[in-house]
Design a protein around this ligand. Structure first.
Ligand code: URA
Length: 313
């Protein structure tokens, strides 16, 4: 089987398990890294191994990975000897000047970066951050999805609409904050017969490593009062991949990215999956996310009304 066939078979097996109600499978960290690299690089894989160690949720096949009740299942994923195909990150040289000059130069550099451009499919766009360069609050997400690569703007799809509602609930407008992503292109997946992409996946470590200087440079220019990491990929990218095992471990407290206070909260895609759910667990996730946002508002010295304090109670 070639890589594409193996990935399609794996995808199919995961979907079958999901259809049976399984919410997570167990694979080793090594296998996950190899799988991501295979997806990113299309490098041939040859052996199989079935491992059971940490649980990882099935939602990984359709996008952002967050905490869900793990149900360990054995699956064979595996391959050995995956080689990274990403080049070293592009050195960033920006002109002297004010924020707008440096931000504009950085945006041009990223949008024209040959590696970023090689990662996008015809008609699709490299995605750079948007918003106010004087923003007090900067949100960092994972990677563009289908809507974002079509429009060339972060968070414009369903997750973006929820993020906009969260920003509005803070008493702000989208244009008053800054929104960026860890990755500047939509991570590729196998394609349907009509050429469309089968779904979304989290970026590989190599992809993140390539793009991290771009989001770091945006943070250095914007100098927000507070950073909000949306989801585990943003946490891993900004704070280090080995720092937290899960979103539950990362959220609910303050961290520091260089000198900037950072709060981690659930990714809007994960929150979307709680919409309409009335279980105590779903309610807690929504309230926890809102408490993260209230903490961000306090830190950014935004006014908070009694009504705002009580959302999701
Ligand atoms: N999810 C992200 O993490 N970023 C986007 O821009 C869109 C969806």
């Amino acid at each position: 089987m070639n890589v594409r066939e193996q990935l399609l078979a794996l995808n199919e097996e995961l979907r079958r398990l999901k259809g049976e109600g399984k919410r997570s499978v167990s694979v080793t960290e090594e296998s996950i890294a190899e799988l991501r690299a295979a997806i990113a690089g299309g490098v041939a894989v040859d052996s199989h191994a079935a491992d059971t160690v940490p649980a990882f949720p099935l939602s990984v096949v359709s996008g952002v990975r967050e905490e869900e009740a793990p149900v360990p299942v054995r699956v064979a994923v595996a391959p050995k000897a995956i080689v990274s195909t990403m080049p070293a990150p592009t050195p960033i040289k920006l002109p002297e000047g004010d924020k707008l000059t440096r931000w504009t130069a950085l945006r041009d550099l990223v949008l024209n970066d040959p590696v970023c451009r090689a990662k996008i499919f015809p008609g699709k766009k490299v995605v750079f951050g948007v918003g106010s360069i004087d923003a007090a609050v900067m949100f960092v997400g994972e990677a563009p999805g289908g809507d974002e690569e079509d429009q060339g703007e972060p968070f414009v799809g369903r997750a973006g609409q929820l993020l906009n509602r969260m920003i509005k609930a803070m008493g702000l407008d989208r244009s008053q904050v800054y929104i960026g992503n860890i990755l500047n292109w939509r991570p590729d997946m196998p394609r349907n017969e009509d050429g469309s992409q089968t779904g979304n996946r989290p970026p590989s470590a190599e992809e993140m490593n390539y793009c991290l200087p771009f989001i770091r440079a945006q943070i250095a220019i914007i100098q927000p009062k507070v950073l909000v990491a949306l989801g585990k990929t943003a946490v891993d990218g900004l704070l280090g991949a080995d720092r937290f095992k899960s979103m539950g471990a990362a959220r609910g407290t303050w961290h520091a990215y260089a000198d900037t206070p950072l709060r981690a909260t659930y990714h809007p895609s994960y929150l979307l999956r709680q919409e309409g759910l009335t279980s105590a667990a779903a309610k807690k996730i929504k309230r926890d996310a809102w408490e993260d946002i209230l903490s961000v508002m306090e830190r950014a010295a935004l006014p908070i009304s009694e009504k705002q304090r009580n959302y999701f109670l």
